[in-house]
Design a protein around this ligand. Structure first.
Ligand code: HEM
Length: 477
């Protein structure tokens, strides 16, 4: 008789009940399970499968170093294919995944971030111009607007002037709307179970309608840019003529595979959709959490401003300042540790596998549990305390600090997100002082696949008395 591998213990409720508990409050659900069953437990979510959560750094390290033919992530992300396309790096595995990563990694690599700082700062300054001062407003929508502006500039070369044009505004609105559907309560369940091939043919159905319009806009941009690269003098738009230095679209158009074959336009569209979708809400939510931590702590705000003054001398933030902003780096890392954005990542076993001394059957999802590793008191003493100094005192390995996942699937936008968070924080802190209203209360809630602040992080912003160039941007209501 074949032996059945026992999975670690976990909640006894039905998979439907577990889904209903997980969906509104993922952080609490994971913490309760961790307390009840330890750092290795099994949860079952109706419609999604069986997830073994692993919160020991040693097990996480083994998984991140594992063989990608045995550990599939793309399969687990299949529900994203309707949005990002079937050839997106997010939904592929093995050789096809490695092939797409070779295309996507170079333009997003850390060494390329120098050229991205300037458009990131421009987008932040543009957003600061419309910033409502002196009244309590939620930060998250403002951050979403800001990260969208940055994405459109860096990815498609849509700078401030073009962003005011009708076509660019429509594209921005459609992208924002598309992502807003993902934040509705049962969006993941819908994405996983709906007959998309059928529904996408229904005209004017929300979501598919925006998706169609975004695809058309991206296709047109790709086509024009490709034509302009062949014959520069026939360019229709200024951005078609010569790619700005930070423009990812031109880099993708020039990219080739390992065997020298170019990337076709359909793949480029999927790559653009992937970056726009994967990089927009994630960074906006991470920034909202960051400003929650900063806004609640005068001491942290003051120390950040002192470091900024010493390093930038009051000048707008530039690429060469970033390596010297060590306290800002620690604040960003500590915020990403304490305020989980993505609670866990998944690796579906294609074969039975032994991990960290335990046997697991094929078909199960093994999940490095980012949320619980980041709360391990052995790694992070007093884990609930916001203490950026811990990142100045020691270095954490990729299996100990993992807000961006790891191994072969490490977030390709990690350098981009870290750079953007620092540029936004530096620019905003130079212009504004943030205060949390006394009665403000923020809980952790699920938003799409992310954990987001329930109130969007309400703050009151005032012009900073020591503000520099960016200050003139912010307006009074
Ligand atoms: C603070 C912001 C962000 C967070 C917390 C975040 C987190 C993550 C996580 C946890 C994964 C899964 C990794 C794994 O399975 O091990 C991931 C994958 C990915 N992220 Fe991010 N991300 C962020 C920003 C971005 C940005 C700005 C971009 C693009 C510019 C981006 C593009 C991607 C892509 C393309 C993947 C798929 C990688 C693959 O499957 O090979 N992300 N991200």
């Amino acid at each position: 008789m074949a032996s059945v591998t026992a999975l670690p213990p976990g909640p006894r409720e039905s998979p439907l009940r577990q889904l209903v508990r997980y969906v509104p409050h993922p952080a609490e659900f994971l913490e309760e399970c961790g307390r009840a069953f330890g750092p290795r437990f099994t949860m079952r979510l109706a419609g999604f499968g069986t997830f073994v959560q692993l919160a020991q750094p040693a097990a996480v390290q083994e998984l991140f170093r594992g063989d990608p033919t045995q550990l599939h992530s793309g399969e687990a992300n299949a529900f994203l294919a309707v949005t990002v396309g079937r050839r997106s790096v997010l939904v592929l595995d093995e050789a096809a995944h490695a092939d797409q990563r070779r295309v996507l990694v170079p333009p997003l690599h850390g060494s390329r971030m120098q050229a991205r700082v300037e458009p990131m700062r421009r987008a932040t300054e543009a957003a600061l111009r419309d910033w409502p001062l002196g009244r309590a407003v939620p930060l998250e929508p403002l951050m979403r607007d800001l990260t969208l502006r940055t994405m459109l500039d860096v990815v498609l070369g849509i700078g401030e002037a073009e962003a005011r044009e009708v076509a660019a505004q429509r594209l921005g609105r459609d992208l924002a709307k598309l992502l807003s559907y993902a934040r509705t309560p049962f969006a993941i369940v819908f994405a996983n179970l709906a007959p998309h091939e059928l529904l996408r043919r229904v005209p004017f159905l929300p979501y598919y309608r925006e998706l169609r319009r975004i695809h058309a806009a991206l296709d047109q941009r790709i086509e024009r840019r490709r034509a302009a690269m062949r014959s520069p003098d026939r360019a229709v738009e200024p951005t078609d003529r010569a790619a700005p230095p930070g423009d990812l679209l031109s880099e993708l158009l020039r990219a080739t595979r390992a065997d020298g074959r170019p990337i076709d336009d359909g793949e480029i569209r999927d790559a653009l959709m992937t970056i726009l979708v994967a990089g927009h809400d994630t960074t906006a939510v991470a920034l909202a959490w960051l400003f929650l931590q900063i806004g609640e702590r005068d001491g942290v705000q003051q120390r950040l401003r002192a470091e900024l003054r010493a390093v930038t001398g009051g000048e707008p933030i530039a690429a060469d300042h970033l390596p010297r902003l060590t306290y800002l780096d620690a604040v960003v890392r500590e915020s990403l540790r304490l305020c989980t954005v993505v609670p866990f990542v998944t690796r579906r076993l294609t074969v039975p596998l032994r991990v960290d001394g335990h046997d697991y059957p094929a078909g199960v999802h093994l999940c490095p549990c980012i949320h619980l590793v980041h709360r391990d008191p052995e790694l992070y003493p007093e884990p609930e305390r916001f203490r950026p100094e811990r990142f100045l005192e020691r270095k954490f390995g990729p299996h100990e600090w993992l807000p961006f996942g790891g191994g072969e699937r490490l977030c390709t936008g990690m350098a981009f997100a870290l750079t953007e968070m620092k540029v936004v924080a530096a620019t905003l802190l130079a212009a504004l002082e943030l205060e949390r209203p006394r009665d403000a209360a923020t809980k952790r809630v699920r938003s799409g696949v992310l954990i987001a602040p329930s109130d969007g992080v309400v703050v009151v912003a005032q012009r900073s008395p020591i503000a520099g160039a960016a200050t003139s941007a912010a307006s009074t209501p």
